[in-house]
Design a protein around this ligand. Sequence first.
Ligand code: NCD
Length: 304
Amino acid sequence: MRHLMSPMDFSVEELENLMDLAEDIQNVPAKYAHKCDGRILATCFYEPSTRTRLSFESAMLRLGGKVLGFATADSSSAAKGESVSDTIRIISSYADICAMRHPKEGAPMVAASKSWIPVINAGDGGHQHPTQTLTDLMTIRSLKGSLSDMTIGLCGDLKFGRTVHSLINALIRYENVSFVFISPPELRIPDYIREDVLIKNNIPFKEVIKLDDVMPELDILYMTRVQRERFFNEEDYVRLKDFYILNKEKMSLAKKDMMVLHPLPRVNEISVEVDDDERAMYFKQVRYGMFIRMALILTLLELV
Ligand code: NCD
């Protein structure tokens, strides 16, 4: 039995297979409409979510399966003090696969170690968010044709943004990928990513504060929300929340074929005037997320 905790759990070849499958599902959905008949997905969300939870549910429903679960910790027995280890043992009797989001780093990993069904990490604190990374990879591959030969700028909250951490881990395995990290000094990428992931693997990267200066060199700009829920005090959040606002003026500095991605939800970091720019791909990205989750469910349930 296989779980998904980090994008590194899949080899590059397995990721390719997963994306090929997602592409086929997108092209010929009818072929997959009953693959999960009689199966149940549990979504156990101890932290808020719109896209991740609903795209998992939509994915399972489109495969012919059914869904159950909870959307907040206080609507589950966690409010009575039940541990994640006990909860997953219960869920294992009710469902065939589980997607879990938790504010504590490592909680889905603990669940996986006690589970009798595949567990998917749907975001654990500021740590990892592998299914968002699958979404990002699928979006880049579909729209750009490949995951190699690019300069990707990651902008905003690089310290607490789990989507950033997972995406860096995944992208270093492709040829000729370099990174530009754009953040205020307080929200730089964590040391373990800089040292153990980038420097150790000789990956080219630079860290800057100003977005304007690097705009012309980027093939992809990955914007992120300042993660309010992970700040220790509100004052720091208020000071940093509008540090970057991508607008038309900034977009005019970028390459004609640069792509703007964002895991969403957006707050102020991308002005709505950018939505009409043909380089804005963040709403398309959402749709790829559903197809790749369909492919993931089929793969972990060994139905392909
Ligand atoms: C992200 C997350 O939850 O980490 N959202 C998502 O799943 N698409 C990004 C965020 O909340 O800022």
